[in-house]
Design a protein around this ligand. Structure first.
Ligand SMILES: [Zn+2]
Length: 412
């Protein structure tokens, strides 16, 4: 008999090792078993000779130190080998249950077979069958071993039909209908802080955003990766056609709507203090009665102002897109225990759809909130300043030519 793999157990179930593998046996039960079970690499005969040295002592239980008990037995071991290992599904899909059935020769020793290679979710059932579910695709090996007798079973795990492996990182794309924010001269609700122009909040249209969510399998991490492509309608423009604004255009210094009475207020509004937001945006509201205002501005300068909001929105949306790309909701590890049905790609999309949709809407809103913020407004004021400032100079020159009464903002 070879000495490579001899194990002696004090119980038939093989849970209490007396000899072999683990050499630390000093806390085993003191009772010497009447029967022991011998597992060996090969059949044959041998002598099993065990010596117990009892060193436990205390006041209540007086035991002679170093009392020695001995067992000496001649034994015959039967040779047991793995006869076959059958697999019921040689080409399973991810998380699909695969059952390995082992038969020993002679039969009856199946419960002593050790298994490995079945992945994190593998179990041995009461019939000694090995049940494996694998969350990763590719060639796999399950190993059955009975002492030194080892059998490998090769099989392959694939994706379910209509699911695809990622060839690159899935695209995450947030855009505007038409490619960029659209210029529009339609009459707007000019309620935000650009009184003569507007950059409309996206997503006010219930159909926005148009969403396309896709998924692929990332074999390096055994997870689903989601991609999303979204577009929303984003518009901006001047409010010069809004009938409720009483808007009048100052096209240049010779504009017929300029008068000795109104020109200085208009110069004040156009030549705003670039660092002081409270000095205006180039839109001059002048009270013409107790309950009515006339607004004066220049459409080209308003375009410049609103176009800067649109530019900022696009830049911020790109940043939001990058954040979304790295958002943990854009990937999902495949967990064969918690949610085996999510090993199917289309179920994974359905499961994540609401979360991704909410994150996309949030990204558009955050981008809009940035361009409508004080910082965004300051950018727009700075961008349009030169345009309004040139007009203010023209108006002051006109006043000088006409001999209108002095205006402090004209510098005289
Ligand atoms: Zn603005």
């Amino acid at each position: 008999m070879t000495s490579g793999c001899v194990k002696v157990w004090s119980d038939e179930e093989g849970t209490s090792l007396l000899l072999g593998q683990n050499e630390s046996h000093k806390f085993l039960p003191v009772l010497v078993p009447e029967t022991v079970w011998v597992e060996a690499a090969s059949g044959g005969t041998g002598w099993l000779y065990m010596v117990y040295v009892i060193s436990y002592r205390n006041a209540q239980n007086v035991v002679e130190p170093n009392e020695i008990d001995q067992i000496g037995k001649f034994f015959t071991a039967t040779s047991v080998v793995i006869d076959s290992v059958d697999v019921d599904i040689p080409y399973p899909t991810i998380c699909e249950e695969v059952t390995f059935t082992v038969t020993t020769d002679p039969v009856g020793y199946e419960k002593y077979v050790q298994w490995s290679g079945g992945g994190c979710y593998a179990v041995v059932d009461e019939d000694n069958k090995y049940i494996s579910r694998l969350s990763c695709t590719g060639d796999k090996t399950v190993t059955a071993s009975l002492c030194d007798n080892i059998v490998h079973v090769f099989f392959n795990v694939s994706l379910p039909p209509d699911c695809y492996e990622c060839t690159a990182s899935p695209e995450v794309s947030l855009g505007c209908a038409g490619g960029e924010p659209q210029m529009s001269t339609e009459c707007f609700d000019c309620s935000i802080n650009c009184p003569c122009g507007v950059f409309n909040q996206p997503l006010e249209d219930p159909a926005d955003p148009a969403l396309d969510i896709n998924v692929c399998y990332d074999s390096s991490n055994c997870e689903w990766k989601f991609g999303v492509s979204a577009t929303a309608t984003v518009t901006y423009g001047p409010c010069n056609e809004n009938p409720f604004l009483n808007y009048l255009e100052i096209s240049d210094g010779d504009s017929a709507v300029l008068t000795e009475d109104n020109y200085c207020d208009i110069v004040d509004a156009f030549d705003y203090d670039i660092v002081n937001a409270s000095t205006g945006t180039g839109c001059a509201p002048i009270n013409i009665s107790d309950c009515e205002q006339q607004r004066y501005s220049n459409t080209n300068c308003i375009w410049a102002h609103e176009a800067r909001h649109a530019f900022d929105f696009t830049i911020q949306l790109n940043l939001e897109e990058e954040l979304l790309r790295n958002n943990p909701i854009m990937s999902m590890p495949i967990d064969c225990n918690a949610s085996p049905e999510l090993s199917y790609c289309n179920y994974a999309i359905a499961y994540r759809y609401g979360q991704i949709e909410a994150a996309v809407k949030d990204a558009y809103l955050e981008a809009w909130l940035f361009c409508a913020s004080d910082v965004g407004e300051q950018h727009a004021r700075e961008t349009a300043y030169e345009c309004f400032h040139e007009l203010a100079i023209e108006i002051c020159n006109r006043a000088s030519r006409e001999g209108w009464s002095a205006c402090p903002s004209c510098g005289d």
